[in-house]
Design a protein around this ligand. Structure first.
Ligand SMILES: [Fe+2]
Length: 207
């Protein structure tokens, strides 16, 4: 699989959509070998991002692009020491700085794939905040690509409702309340509303 990946990356031939997808899935599988928890999370983030995009009325091509972006958004964590990613206690400033390199590393990997620069851009900005206090670029409001704003909400929501090494999952109702609390500062309110609309239709536990 790695040989195929390297061959594809160095071919510089334009890839059609199905080969792009195959390549991204191969990369996602590599991440899964090292870090199954991140890989499962990424698959859910991709699905949820596509759902939010549909809820916002975006076309199917964009929904698919977001599914792929979700799959690879944390690929850069492959370049961050595992001990930092899984640390239960408080991170030092230096450890936090290392972790904050991961969107840039994800961008470097994904942008190497011919035709995926738009996915790479979405991935690069998935930890930006609407108020400009996110990373890596400190973009604010509409400067943040819409795809990144969607990915950010899907990523944060999934992190809240699933079990982590350092805390137990939030109940759905509490996770929604947290998204609402941070809408307008961390999250795009329209994206939060779209996710809520989906959850209202599909979840028996909410409201
Ligand atoms: Fe991330």
């Amino acid at each position: 699989m790695v040989d195929r990946l390297i061959a594809e990356l160095s071919s510089h031939k334009p890839l059609d959509a199905s080969r792009q997808r195959a390549l991204v899935l191969a990369v996602a599988a590599l991440v899964e070998m090292r870090d199954p928890v991140t890989a499962e999370h990424s698959a859910r983030v991709g699905n949820l991002s596509a759902i939010i995009a549909r809820e916002l009325g975006l076309i199917p091509d964009i929904q698919s692009a977001l599914r792929l972006a979700g799959l690879v958004h944390d690929i850069g964590k492959i370049g961050v020491p595992k001990a930092y990613l899984q640390k239960a206690g408080k991170l030092t400033d230096a450890e936090m700085a290392e972790i904050r390199r991961h969107p840039g590393l994800s961008y470097e990997i994904v942008s190497e794939v011919p035709g995926l620069i738009h996915i790479a851009q979405i991935v690069l900005h998935h930890h930006e905040r609407l108020d400009g206090h996110g990373y890596p670029a400190g973009l604010a409001g509409d400067e943040i690509p819409l795809g990144s704003r969607i990915l950010c909400v899907a990523d944060s929501f999934d992190a809240m409702v699933t079990d982590r090494a350092y805390r137990s999952p939030l109940p759905l109702r509490a996770a929604i309340a947290e998204l609402e609390r941070c809408a307008g500062t961390q999250f795009d309110p329209a994206v939060v509303e779209a996710l809520k609309a989906h959850l209202l239709r599909t979840s028996l536990q909410f409201p």
